[in-house]
Ligand binder design. Structure first.
Ligand code: ZN
Length: 203
């Protein structure tokens, strides 16, 4: 399986890094070894002094598809959750500056904690899903899917032009504003509406 992560998909987050909102979705991949499930702890790596959380809605692909038409894209995922796209911001800055690939900043071990997946039928309106992150009990990110630059359907249609999507593939759909660093001992809990789907510690 593969993990596809979308960049700059909320204008307020793009602005916090002085980035333009792109014309087409921007994406990158993480390896399957980046996944953490069942609220297991995230072990802070020693190669970065600036690991930052990005809280994102995650879609789970449930059938094979390529060149998926936007109109049918909703048929390609049935469950969603919330996940963290951990980013070694210091390494990412260095990679960007030098024009290097940034996998080490995005795809390292444990860089994709995943919440419990729930059926999308659970939600009345996928285009109005409030979600966010509590860090040690304080809300640090709060977003809503109505502010997505590219909808879930846009993303599935676009990504599937380049990659065949397979059952079990995951799409991290981008983070709203408010990203920030974590340290050992922190507790992160992420929610959709008022339902906590992910709750883990940094060790
Ligand atoms: Zn991200």
């Amino acid at each position: 399986m593969k993990i596809i992560c979308i960049g700059r998909n909320y204008a307020d987050h793009a602005r916090e890094f002085n980035n333009e909102v792109p014309e087409n979705p921007i994406f990158f991949l993480k390896p399957d070894t980046s996944i953490i499930i069942r609220n297991r702890p995230f072990f802070h790596p020693d190669f970065s002094d600036d690991i930052q959380y990005e809280t994102e809605i995650v879609l789970k692909i449930n059938r094979l598809g390529k060149n998926i038409d936007r109109r049918f894209a909703h048929r390609y995922y049935r469950e969603l959750s919330v996940g963290i796209d951990f980013t070694a911001r210091d390494l990412q800055r260095q990679c960007k500056k030098n024009g290097w690939p940034w996998e080490i900043a995005k795809g390292f071990e444990g860089s994709a904690p995943l919440g419990k997946f729930i059926s999308k039928d659970h939600f009345e309106d996928l285009r109005n899903l409030p979600f966010g992150l509590n860090l040690n009990g304080q809300v640090v990110q709060s977003g809503n899917t109505r502010d997505l630059v590219f909808s879930f359907e846009d993303l599935i249609a676009y990504v599937s032009r380049f990659f065949t999507l397979k059952t079990g593939d995951l799409i991290f759909t981008g983070t709203p504003a408010g990203v920030g660093p974590v340290k050992i001992g922190d507790r992160l809990s992420a929610y959709i509406h008022n339902k906590t789907l992910l709750d883990f510690r940094v060790r």
